[in-house]
Design a protein around this ligand. Structure first.
Ligand code: PFF
Length: 473
């Protein structure tokens, strides 16, 4: 059955690629990927991440785009229509719901971190970091630390920037598919990419470029499998593998409905496999570029690759402080990072907004405002977990922000990906699937995709989950 989306459509296939890349490329690539690779020892994390992208996430992404294109509505309603059409239980709408909930949770902290990037725009514009140019190396790290900490330890500042970012998101989302989302990403993505290339050029000129490069690509699985080593003991842990898989899902915006809802606005004649591959390539290259920028700067300035969530905010300003036209490039970079975060954040909330408009008859504006207020409130948990509540660690030694991040990226997204693979690979009618992919059931690429989706994705995700709860150790 052929439906049309009541929310409008992308004006072209390229517009979808830009929007989906806008969703995929964000803080996950530039802020999260480098600090996680740093924490889990570099190369082994990077390789596992790339492997998960290629054999688990790419097939899931194609499935998600295809489901959206077939359902043409919010993920909750899409799952309802497709479950009915394929004679499956209506319980599958829970997959849509889990996406909407994960979206709220992710956006609640995403907006706080994007707020840090926003706060860094005036810092760079005012030339705060130019001071590092004449500083002895030993003083650089405490200096950048102190600027970062003075932001995160101050709840009032964090709330101010978090609020600003949520307002920007609401403004964009209220503009709708063509007016808001599409227009925004058309200029942002190419500009961000160019600036990243400029930064790679800078990092290649640092004395420790090769060390940074080797850190990212020298594979030593001990670092990944024994992340909690102390002098006394090393404990085998499945956390590193889980983190790499979770990061792959997070980075590609999978398992959340974002990509599904964007697929719902795809023009009818667009090829799902081509657009998906383009998005995956763009997203992965940005993550790798970010790593290639950050690690050489880390090593050249005596910083710690495992510095955690502040890594990017402590390394890039040093680069900008030292390079020619650094104030200009630095300001521009953080503006672009905010915009990249914005194009991801609108996709985090679009599934819920689309559902409110379709089912509860809200206008786009009122749906955006309502969701915005809700996300803002939940975001306060993250704000306080960097200061007032930093010692509140209810489970596994993780603070509340880390817990939300762990729950969403490492559990909810891969679990939803697993269910998407099962639904599409095992429960949907083969002819519907092949038809939508414009493929004959026995073409070679179709068979590979179908095999990966039916067997490799479910097995891969299950093994990583079981490993993380210690079944194999
Ligand atoms: N992919 C985005 C990033 O890497 O920053 C974050 C994200 C957006 C995750 C949308 C999940 C999502 F549904």
């Amino acid at each position: 059955m052929s439906r049309t989306s009541i929310h409008g459509e992308w004006s072209s296939r390229t517009a979808f690629i830009l929007a989906a890349t806008g969703s995929a490329v964000g803080l996950g690539n530039i802020w999260k990927f480098p600090y996680m690779a740093g924490q889990y020892g570099g190369g082994a994390f990077v390789i596992t991440y790339l492997l998960c992208i290629a054999i688990i996430c790419l097939p899931v992404m194609m499935a998600e785009v295809m489901l959206g294109k077939l359902g043409r509505s919010s993920p909750i309603n899409t799952m309802y229509h497709l479950a009915v059409e394929n004679k499956q239980s209506k319980i599958w709408i829970l997959l849509g719901w889990s996406g909407a909930i994960a979206g709220f949770l992710i956006l609640s902290y995403y907006s706080v971190i994007a707020g840090w990037a926003l706060a860094y725009v005036p810092e760079l514009a005012l030339g705060t970091f130019t001071k590092v140019e004449n500083m002895p190396t030993a003083e650089i790290s405490p200096f950048v630390d102190s600027i970062f900490n003075s932001l995160t330890e101050n709840p009032t500042k964090l709330i101010f920037w978090h609020t600003s970012f949520i307002c920007m998101t609401m403004f964009m989302i209220a503009g709708g598919v063509k007016g808001g989302l599409e227009r925004a990403v058309t200029f942002m993505m190419p500009a961000l990419f160019i600036l990243l290339l400029v930064l790679v050029g800078y990092s290649m000129s640092t004395p420790d470029f090769m060390r940074g490069f080797q850190f990212m690509f020298n594979v030593n699985f001990d670092n990944l499998l024994y992340p909690n080593c102390t002098e006394q003991a090393c404990e085998l842990s499945g956390d590193g593998l889980l983190a790499a898989m979770g990061q792959a899902f997070f980075s590609l915006s999978l398992g959340m409905g974002s990509i599904m809802v964007y697929g719902a606005y795809l023009p009818k004649n667009a090829s799902v496999s081509k657009v998906t591959t383009a998005v995956v390539l763009a997203d992965t290259s940005v993550a790798i570029l970010a790593g290639l920028i950050i690690f050489p700067i880390v090593f050249s300035n005596g910083l710690e690759p495992g510095a955690g969530v502040g890594l990017v905010f402590k390394t890039l300003p040093i680069a900008f402080g030292q390079m020619p036209f650094g104030t200009l490039f630095g300001t521009l970079f953080f503006i672009l990072l905010v915009l990249a975060a914005l194009s991801s954040s609108i996709s985090l909330i679009e599934p819920a907004v689309a559902w409110l408009v379709e089912t509860k008859k809200f206008t786009r504006i009122s749906a955006s405002v309502l969701s915005g207020i809700f996300v803002w409130l939940v975001g306060l948990i993250t704000v306080f977990s960097f200061n007032l509540w930093s010692e509140v660690k209810p489970i596994g030694g993780l603070n509340l922000f880390e817990l939300i991040d762990y729950l969403t990226a490492n559990i909810m997204l891969p679990l939803a990906g697993l269910l998407i693979a099962i639904f599409t690979g095992w429960l949907m009618k083969k002819t519907i699937v092949a038809n939508e992919l414009n493929s004959s059931v026995d073409s070679f690429s179709y068979r590979i995709w179908y095999f990966l989706l039916r067997y490799v994705t479910p097995l891969g995700v299950s093994i990583v989950f079981l490993n993380a709860i210690g079944v194999f150790s």
